[in-house]
Design a protein around this ligand. Structure first.
Ligand code: F3S
Length: 403
């Protein structure tokens, strides 16, 4: 007998899922979705085409998270929809020992349970490079930068989900119909004019940190069409780090029928002085005299971005002695990036697959970090207590490579 009642409208198949006819794992997942949906006022569920599971790092979720995922696999959980997975806390090809070895066993158990349920072994925070979202397509994605890209760049519809909820969506192929799944909730509140030229991904990051921190509600950012893809990616990742932003409309980029312009829009002007102040607040003076970690690849680099970095680095001799130069990429990129990885490794650069330092634990903490990512800057200073400086890729390479 099904003792679980809901006021939410459920289709016949969803009712069967909730009553346990499709097994214990799907029933548990459906209960989670219905409970969350009800608390958010959702009247129904919606089918999703792609789930991206976040919160899979053993360093972050520990044994309770591991037990939850393993239990779902043990009771017969099986994903009903295309499902990609966020980075783990270990280098999945084991070529670098920068991260703590204590995490390997727990992380491998999480991976094995997820893959048993049918997850694609992607281990990346750029799931849009594995499968491009379509405008107005419903998704259930975790990982704040990916969610911001899905909504803002591709015009898809997803809320910013937590790890357990993404797993529930993978098991049922559904999410609750509320928040950014509804067009009326995608209404622009602010028009943001940037009164200076944003020149690289580090500047785009700072602007993102600023907008994330200062603006509540959906902004429309003008002139972003003059930025390259890498700048957009770093901008959105940074805004999603300091704020709850899951959708930032990019004028002339975000597909027009995926958002609405609200009635009373407030104009906001951002000048370079404000950004300079914020830069001073977040970023320390670049100094690579001590044991320094250079980190590129937050969010993970795409194939084209890695090619670009490899071409730039190929003109130099090697990485300076006191510098540990780390680049992170998706686990699922292998043959297509092999030759760029070879070039980078020949110059002393470490390429780690399926991981990142923010969701992992350093074996030995560096004295300083130099990065081109506002998101990495924010979390490495906030969560790991490190001294972090932000510079554009070109400047970083010039400083840390020998001729
Ligand atoms: Fe990805 Fe780690 Fe940055 S998960 S977005 S590289 S914090």
């Amino acid at each position: 007998m099904n003792l679980w009642c809901t006021l939410m409208y459920l289709s016949r198949i969803e009712e069967k899922m909730l009553s346990g006819e499709y097994g214990e794992a799907i029933q548990l997942a459906m209960k989670i979705l219905v409970k969350v949906g009800e608390s958010l006022g959702a009247e129904r569920l919606v089918e999703v085409n792609h789930v991206h599971i976040s919160g899979v790092s053993y360093s972050n979720i520990g044994d309770p998270g591991l037990r939850f995922i393993e239990k779902l696999a043990e009771i017969g959980g099986s994903f009903r929809v295309f499902t990609t997975v966020n980075p783990t806390c270990i280098d999945l090809f084991g070529k670098t020992d920068i991260f703590s070895k204590d995490l390997i066993a727990g992380q491998m158990r999480i991976i094995s349970a997820l893959e048993k349920m049918g997850a694609e072994p992607t281990y990346t925070c750029i799931p849009y490079s594995i499968r491009k979202p379509l405008p107005n397509e419903h998704l259930a994605w975790g990982e704040s930068n990916a969610v911001a890209m899905a909504n803002s760049y591709y015009g898809a519809r997803t809320n910013r989900e937590g790890g357990p909820l993404t797993i529930a969506s993978a098991l049922t192929g559904r999410t609750y119909y509320a928040g950014l799944h509804i067009l009326e909730n995608r209404d622009v509140k602010y028009r943001v004019k940037i009164e200076y030229k944003v020149v690289d991904e580090a500047e785009a990051s700072i602007l993102g940190l600023y907008i994330g921190d200062k603006i509540n509600g959906i902004p429309l950012v003008e002139n972003a069409e003059t930025w390259n893809f890498y700048m957009i990616k770093e901008f959105l990742a940074s805004a999603a780090a300091t704020g709850n932003h899951a959708l930032i409309v990019l004028d002339n980029i975000t597909p027009r029928d995926t958002y609405i312009i609200g009635h009373s829009i407030e104009n906001i002007l951002i000048d370079q002085r404000e950004i300079k102040n914020l830069y001073n607040k977040y970023s320390s003076t670049p100094d690579i005299s001590g044991k320094t970690l250079v980190y590129i690849g937050c969010p993970h680099l795409s194939v084209g971005e890695l090619r670009h970095v490899a071409n730039m680095i190929s003109k130099y001799e090697s990485v300076k002695e006191n510098v540990f130069f780390l680049i992170t990429v998706p686990y699922s990129f292998t043959s297509e990036i092999e030759r760029y990885v070879e070039i980078l490794r020949s110059k002393g650069v470490i390429v780690a697959y399926g991981t990142c330092p923010i969701v992992s634990k350093f074996k030995d903490k560096p004295d300083k970090v130099l990065t081109n990512s506002g998101k990495a800057l924010f979390y490495l200073s906030k969560l790991h207590g490190l001294e972090v400086s932000l510079l554009g890729l070109k400047d970083i390479i010039r400083r840390v490579m020998t001729q």
